[in-house]
Design a protein around this ligand. Structure first.
Ligand code: HDE
Length: 726
């Protein structure tokens, strides 16, 4: 049964190994839709098609309480979408620590490798509305709710380790600037417009994050192929009360991979649910996405040893200076039962912490500690959102907070205050020694002041470090992204201001960005003269940080990669079969794409099922393309404009392509060298005589070469790719 069929049949997706405490709790709230319909008061409904009328052709009666209940409920089905991160997808799973972290943190869920802590993880874009496309250029949210035995712990992070601004005071400005412009509400889910770059160019502290946002990190291939970061510095606190500063990382097992920008834009039209679907299908297929939790720890007394301020959220700690220790793994193994009840109603909050984890004074984090409860109150309609099933802690929780909209708990007894003598007589408080939460007793004695610390004044060193650390292809993509975004602006002065700032990152980068933009050469001095400009350069012990690259990450497998097999009547099934089997054995997913649904007949008259048409599943839905052998099949593909475009576009997007036998001729038609000796990077050409292709050894060799090419993800350094007209 396919995932879609299974969902349609109402069957619950199963977790990998039995229900955990959160699933058991949720089960108490889930409901199957039975065949007998009732009103919300339990009254059986005799007719769900007709309203109550004065005669069959007469007016509808106000008395029709069944109609009114149904329509009233419908009228109130929508809740306000999240102000940011409105578009998301989520899944259930578990977290397991590798070994006890008691030396650093007393958090219960970080002690026992045998313990699996239930989690719910929501991925999101930031700027777009709930119905916007998944593949827009944007930061991705990566929010994890751990249902621990000490209460819920939320690690509400992003897929980029730094942020645009240093102080919460600027967050509403940042978001107002990036959201659609208020006078005409355009553009949707895009930063490529005047207000965003107006703001960004006036806030040089955003430069480091802009470098990341213009990189392929902002157009991920899949949620399953992105890193996650806690961004701020947090604290671990152990049972002795000792503190380490900590940065959190999520490292994806499948590596970090991006789309081509042209591809991302086209997918936004062809399949706006691309990432949501990818996550859902991977879990339904049993390919459970996995990440390792990494931590970088800095002892309390080494706070000032890094050359920059740990409290500054526009800085990261290079992994080469403080290695990331991998301390556990996160597995997502169950799709939600109901998008609204779970994915939409889940309420994250960086202030949801457990004993053993605490905050730092990062002024961005400090502002967030206020914002998240506040936002849920208006989004979820009141102060009792913690009682919604998806938000409910799995450990007991009770206090003397009472009443409010939609209260679920029926609190018994006379007493709703403390201290009291009329209640149970129990000791209500739990001190730190017995597992109560205690804030780290950091010493603070300092004047109250509304000012930025001078230690936050370096705005460019790490932006430069990021740029220097990229491969050539990654640098090219950054240049192209800046050009694209800035070319969309209507006000040239904003473009100019931005490239002037970029000159402080890298002169050549700024010049290359400026070249096609119809503005003057970047002027670093002009930038330095503008208000808000700071360039207090820190001494950084490294020039490059290879850990900041996306290239060559992951386990090198092709698991879950999607391969299109182009097919038409006359395809050679004898050579296709072993290649397909080898790809599938390696974990790739093959789909036969043809001119029409149904089947195509192979040269030997076998019927091969077509999964989708060229129009419904174009090349942008795939990671690689296989053009099989077969005289008539290949000739038919060469006559088909959609098939030609398929191959050409896949080539333009630097995907692995394998052409076999007569299929090779299609490559030359689209301008790709068919000579195996000079084939471009990632193009596997097997023009072995067709008669030999049924030979499984030859087919295995072809498959092995193709799998190696797919495993590289994309061949970004393919020569002269700009000249390819797709
Ligand atoms: Fe958020 N952020 N944020 N944010 N954020 C929200 O909370 C906010 C920031 C992040 O899947 C909102 O429930 C302020 C950094 C994620 O439900 C809101 C500031 C990081 C999600 C809010 C920040 C994040 C949110 C909107 C600066 C990365 C989605 C709806 C002081 C570390 C969680 C909601 C989900 C959501 C406020 C900055 C991550 C309005 C005021 C930095 C992943 O409360």
């Amino acid at each position: 049964m396919t995932p879609r069929n299974r969902a349609a049949a109402g069957r619950r997706p199963k977790a990998s190994d039995g229900p955990n405490s959160k699933q058991l709790q949720l089960a108490g709230f889930t409901q199957e839709t039975t065949s007998q319909l009732t009103t919300n008061q339990g009254l059986h409904i005799p007719d769900n098609h007709n309203s109550l009328k004065a005669g069959v052709r007469g007016p509808t009666l106000l008395e029709d309480f069944i109609l009114r209940e149904k329509i009233t409920h419908f009228d109130h089905e929508r809740i306000p979408e999240r102000a940011v991160h409105a578009r998301g997808a989520a899944a259930h799973g578990y977290f397991q620590v590798y070994k006890s972290m008691s030396q650093f943190s007393c958090a219960d869920f970080l002690q026992d490798p045998a313990q699996k802590t239930p989690v719910f993880v929501r991925f999101s874009t930031v700027a777009g509305s709930r119905g916007s496309a998944d593949t827009v250029r944007d930061v991705r949210g990566f929010a994890v709710k751990f249902y621990t035995q000490q209460g819920n712990y939320d690690l509400v992070g992003n897929n980029i380790p730094v942020f645009f601004i240093q102080d919460a005071m600027k967050f509403p400005d940042l978001i107002h600037a990036v959201k659609p412009e208020p006078h005409h509400e355009m553009p949707q889910a895009a930063s490529a417009h005047d207000t965003f770059w107006d703001f960004a160019s006036l806030m040089p502290e955003s430069t480091h994050m802009l470098m990341w946002a213009m990189s392929d990190r902002a157009i991920p291939r899949s949620y399953r192929m992105m890193e996650g970061f806690g961004v701020h510095t947090f604290r671990f606190v152990n049972a002795r009360g000792e503190s380490h500063f900590v940065k959190f990382h999520w490292k994806p097992k499948l590596g970090i991979h991006g789309l081509a920008w042209d591809e991302a834009q086209k997918i936004a039209g062809k399949d706006p649910d691309f990432h949501r679907r990818d996550l859902w299908e991977a879990i339904e297929n049993g390919d459970f996405p996995e990440w390792e939790l990494g931590v970088q720890m800095i002892p309390q007394d080494k706070e000032h040893s890094l050359g920059f301020d740990l409290l500054d959220p526009t800085k990261l700690i290079p992994e080469e200076l403080v290695p990331v220790q991998r301390i556990g793994r996160l597995v997502l193994d169950r799709n939600p039962d109901n998008f609204f009840a779970e994915t939409e109603q889940v309420a994250f909050h960086p202030g949801h912490v457990v004993p053993g984890i605490d905050f730092s004074n990062d002024p961005l984090l400090q502002g967030r500690l206020f914002s998240y409860t506040d936002t849920q109150i208006s989004r979820l309609g009141g102060a009792n959102f913690h009682e919604l099933p998806i938000n409910k802690a799995v450990c007991p929780f009770h206090n003397f907070q009472r009443d409010g909209m939609h209260r679920q708990t029926i609190a018994r007894g006379q007493v709703a205050y403390e201290p009291n003598t009329l209640g149970s007589g129990a000791e209500y408080r739990v001190d730190g020694e017995s597992g109560g939460f205690q804030s780290f007793p950091e010493e603070i004695e300092t004047p109250k002041i509304r000012r930025r610390s001078a230690s936050f004044d370096d705005h460019f060193t790490q932006a430069r470090l990021f740029f220097n650390s990229q491969t050539m292809a990654e640098k090219e993509h950054i240049v192209a992204a800046f050009r694209f975004e800035l070319s969309k602006l209507e006000v040239p002065a904003i473009r100019q201001r931005m490239v002037d700032n970029l000159a402080h990152v890298d002169e050549k980068l700024a010049r290359r960005v400026a070249e096609p933009l119809g503005i003057g050469a970047p002027d670093a001095r002009a930038a330095a003269g503008r208000p808000g400009f700071r360039d207090h350069r820190m001494a950084l012990a490294i020039e490059e940080s290879p850990a900041l690259r996306m290239a060559d990450t992951g386990d090198g497998s092709v698991k879950t990669r999607k391969i299109a097999i182009l097919a038409a009547d006359g395809v050679d099934s004898a050579s296709l079969k072993p290649i397909r089997e080898a790809l599938e054995a390696a974990g790739a997913q093959c789909k036969v794409i043809g001119p029409r649904l149904g089947t195509v007949a192979s040269a030997s008259k076998r019927q091969i099922e077509v999964d989708a048409t060229f129009a419904a599943m174009p090349s942008i839905m795939f990671d690689a393309v296989l053009i099989p052998a077969g005289k008539d099949g290949a000739a038919a593909l060469r006559q088909n404009g959609e098939a030609l475009h398929f191959a050409l576009e896949a080539f333009k997007h630097c995907k692995a392509i394998c052409a076999v036998g007569e299929g090779v001729a299609l490559l030359s038609l689209v301008g790709v060298s068919p000579d195996p000796a000079s084939a471009p990077a990632g193009v596997v050409v097997a023009d072995t005589p067709v008669t030999n292709l049924g030979d499984t050894t030859a087919a295995t060799d072809i498959a092995t070469a193709f799998i190696a090419a797919i495993a590289k993800h994309r061949h970004w350094d393919r020569a002269n790719i700009d000249a390819v007209p797709a």
